[in-house]
Every structure is written in C-alpha cells, then in structure tokens.
Design a protein around this ligand. Structure first.
Ligand SMILES: Nc1ncnc2c1ncn2[C@@H]1O[C@H](COP(=O)(O)OP(=O)(O)OP(=O)(O)O)[C@@H](O)[C@H]1O
Ligand SMILES: [Mg+2]
Length: 337
C-alpha cells in the first residue's frame, strides 16, 4: 500500500512564489521517508498539507488512501503529527498533556490509558509523567511531543524536524525511538530534516527539496552510489623500490572503477565509486610490487555529496564532508614535512 502520495502538489502563499512547487512523490507503507532540504525549502509547508492543516493551491495529496482535501477527518484519524515547534502545555503535567491530546483525538477511554502508558514507556518519560512540563528540559519536551503524536496509534507518523536544536545525545535517543516506532509498530514515518546525518542514519528513502521543488528522490544507498565520490586512503611503508612504486601507481590507475589517483611518497588517495571491491585488488597489487601498506581507510560517499551534486550547494550540518578524510591526510602530511 502507498502511505503518502502527492500529485503535482503546489502551495503559493499570498500570491508570492510557490513555497511548494508541483511536487509528485510517494511513500510506501512501513518506510522511513526523509524530506531533506535547507531552511525555507518547503518542508513544513508540505507536511502541513499532508496533515490537513493547510490547503494546497493546486494538485492532490493522499494519505493512507484518503484525499487530504476531501476526506480530512479520515486522514486525521490515521496520522500522528509532531510539529516543528513544541506544541505542549507548560502548565500541565506530561500525562495531562497526553490525556488532552487523546481527548482531542476522540480516543475511547479504555484505550487511552493503555496508549498513554505505552507512549510514555517508549520515550522513557514514565518517571516524570506526573511532573509539570515547565520543569522539563528541552529534550524531554520534544520526547513528550513525540509521545503525543503516537497517542492515536497512527498508521503514518509525521515528524517535522524531530531533533532540531537538540544535543547529540538526545538526538541519538530520538533516532532510537523513531526506529523502534517503525520496527515494533510497523508505522510509516515521514520526517523532515536539514541534518544530513539524520537522513542518512534513519531513512530508507529520501527526497531532497529546495525552493519548493524536488531535486532528487530515491533510496539513500543508491543515491550515494550514483554520485559516488568515495576515496580510499592508503599509507605506505617507505622502504620500497622506486621502480616498483611507479609500476604500482600505474596499475592502480588502470584498475576498473578507479576515477583518480593522487599520491605522495607515503600516501595514496584513490577516488572511486567502488571502494569495497577495490581494496582487495589494491592489496593484491601491493603484494606483486612488494609495497607494504601500513594503513588503509575508506571514506564512502555521503548524503552531503548527494546534496551537493543535485543542488550545487552545501547544507548546514554538523558532520564533515566526503573530503574530511583527505583533508586530514593533507594536514598530517604538512605537519610532518
Ligand atoms: N504562512 C506563511 N505565509 C507566507 N509565506 C510562508 C508561510 N509559511 C512559510 N512561508 C514561506 O514558504 C517557504 C517555505 O517555508 P517552509 O516553512 O515550508 O520551509 P521549511 O523547509 O520548513 O524551512 P525550515 O527548515 O526553516 O523549517 C519560505 O519561503 C517561507 O518564507
Ligand atoms: Mg520547517
């Protein structure tokens, strides 16, 4: 089944340029789908249309098979939504917030208690459930927010920037919860993020959105393979015959799938899309030419590279780029020189 489907979906605010511009994509049941894009790309606008909070200007969208425009209450009964901004009441306790959310969702009383307990357990807030939210840390508030999105046991959970502004430890915990929700309940997750690392760690498939348009859509690992700017970095022991070394370099350059080779006396940087299959062949060659490899590392293409390739620019992110490994080598080399 298709969990989310959009056809030429468009949203224009106040007759300005389109915030969401003619986008068509689908998300399969059970997927963790990531909508990745920089500030102002149109992520929240898309999510708000899919959750019936905003009417599209044109185009169609279906969630769990229901038309967001024509069957909004059916859509709402099947989804959970955690907005980009924390939407809980500071003056209530954690549990009271969830009860309120449950009532707003018309959850039968006999189910509500059970769902609340389960949600609190999942986000590890059981012990603090009877404390006023005003005493919670930012991470705890976000966790409670996620719990409130789960209260109706939705088929599709929409998370708009679930870890924005949280520290790395809390972010990892939230990733764990998201994976758990997906694995244990088989819930489809639609999340937006501008953190590459988040999309990379969590999502089976991603769509990259920029200026309201989808730039690329696909399976995360396939996308990385496509743009492929992986590098293998080799460190060599220096006691080799110069003649052998030159032949070794030539042979590596000749290997299938090698895009580029750069070297110094001690380091070799091999650019390739096929790092894993290339490494054993490089070892074979080093044997043939009596070159001793003292270390080898593989930096595979990242979503950063995918984003750069399709949008022509970087994305605010805390992780390094594909070239970090190489820059480290260069720095190391300069330090030794
Ligand atoms: N209510 C609104 N009225 C007018 N313009 C809006 C409104 N909401 C969003 N926009 C504009 O629409 C565009 C897309 O905004 P949106 O919030 O969907 O982006 P986003 O990808 O979620 O960004 P962020 O990463 O900052 O959350 C932006 O140019 C924004 O200024
Ligand atoms: Mg947003």
């Amino acid at each position: 089944m298709v969990a989310v489907l959009t056809e030429r979906l468009t949203k224009v605010y106040n007759n300005n340029t389109a915030a969401v511009d003619n986008i068509s994509f689908s998300v399969e049941d059970g997927e963790i789908f990531g909508f990745l894009g920089p500030n102002g790309a149109g992520k929240s606008t898309t999510i708000m249309i899919l959750t019936t909070l905003l009417k599209p200007t044109s185009g169609k969208a279906f969630v769990s098979g229901y038309d967001v425009d024509k069957q909004p209450s059916k859509v709402r009964a099947n989804i959970g939504y955690v907005s980009q901004d924390i939407a809980i009441d500071e003056y209530l306790t954690g549990k009271e917030n969830l009860i309120l959310q449950g009532k707003l969702n018309h959850i039968p009383k006999n189910l509500l208690n059970h769902n609340i307990e389960e949600a609190l357990q999942l986000v590890e807030l059981k012990e603090r459930a009877n404390d006023i939210v005003g005493t919670y840390s930012g991470g705890m508030r976000k966790r409670l927010d996620i719990a409130s999105g789960l209260i109706n046991k939705p088929k599709v959970l929409f998370l708009d920037e679930p870890t924005l502004g949280l520290d790395i430890h809390t972010r990892h915990r939230i990733w764990d919860y998201i994976n758990k929700i997906n694995n244990e309940y088989g819930m489809t997750i639609f999340l937006t993020t501008h953190y590459m690392e988040e999309a990379d760690k969590l999502c089976n498939r991603i769509g990259i959105i920029d200026h309201g348009k989808i730039k690329v859509l696909g399976n995360t690992s396939e996308l990385k393979q496509k743009v492929g700017s992986g590098v293998i970095i080799l460190k060599l022991m220096h006691y080799y015959e110069k003649e052998n070394f030159d032949k070794f370099i030539v042979k590596i350059k000749d290997l299938h799938d090698v895009d580029d080779v750069r070297h110094t006396d001690m380091y070799l940087i091999v650019s390739t899309k096929e790092g894993r299959t290339l490494i054993p062949r490089i070892f074979d060659l080093s044997d043939t030419y009596n070159i001793t490899i003292s270390s080898i590392s593989l930096k595979e293409p990242s979503l950063d590279d995918v984003f750069l390739a399709y949008t022509g620019k970087g994305l605010r992110d805390e992780t390094g780029t594909a070239w970090t490994g190489m820059q480290t080598v260069e720095r190391f080399r300069r330090a030794r020189a």
